[in-house]
Design a protein around this ligand. Sequence first.
Ligand SMILES: *Cc1c(COP(=O)(O)O)cnc(C)c1O
Length: 225
Amino acid sequence: MSIEENVINVRETIPEGVTLIAVSKTKPVEDLQRVYDMEIRDFGENKVQELTDKFEKLPKDIRWHLIGHLQKNKIKYIVGKVYLIHSLDSVKLLEELEKHYKAKNMTAEVLIQINIGKEESKTGIYVEDLEVLISSCENCSNVKVRGLMAIIPQVSEKECGDYFKRMKNLFDDLKKRSFKNISMEILSMGMTGDYRLAIKEGSNMVRVGEGIFGKRNYNNKLGGK
Ligand SMILES: *Cc1c(COP(=O)(O)O)cnc(C)c1O
């Protein structure tokens, strides 16, 4: 199926109130342009270099989402270019974001990435370390937390459902409390294989890559994950 058909098909499965991010990592700008022409404005990239390259080449009304791990030394390249950072997962990264965005008199909009499956191979903060990060966020002036993000383990559908439920409960619990600089509005979870289930369990932002662009080839020079 063509990219255009994919966009139409995926869109049909996304209810109102859920934001669809087209995850375009490893894909050429021509493909992104085709998706843009289908009126998609939210694009997700997992690498800073690739995001900033594409930022230069594509229309300026695109909302760029950084969905991959962010290294502190790369923050300077994204200030003013990224709409939402999905991967805040440490106090150190928070402090660097605050510093760089303050220097430019701008605000970083972020999601806290939760490592809900406690997988060592993955980034994201463990739930038990969350309170410390949240307290630090309350002391920031140039970083605003808008919600949570998770990449769940690759397990059976039933177990996926449980991880999504745990994320939704955490999201709802935090939403009930009131913090400075933190508003729980966005719950970013669900990818090509499981976004329908994620929506059913309460996700309101899904990140779909292969379901729109087709299979990724990690051997090309853009590189993948
Ligand atoms: C690559 C990626 C996606 C999209 O994955 P697909 O299976 O292609 O839909 C979503 N979220 C993150 C964080 C990713 O790195």
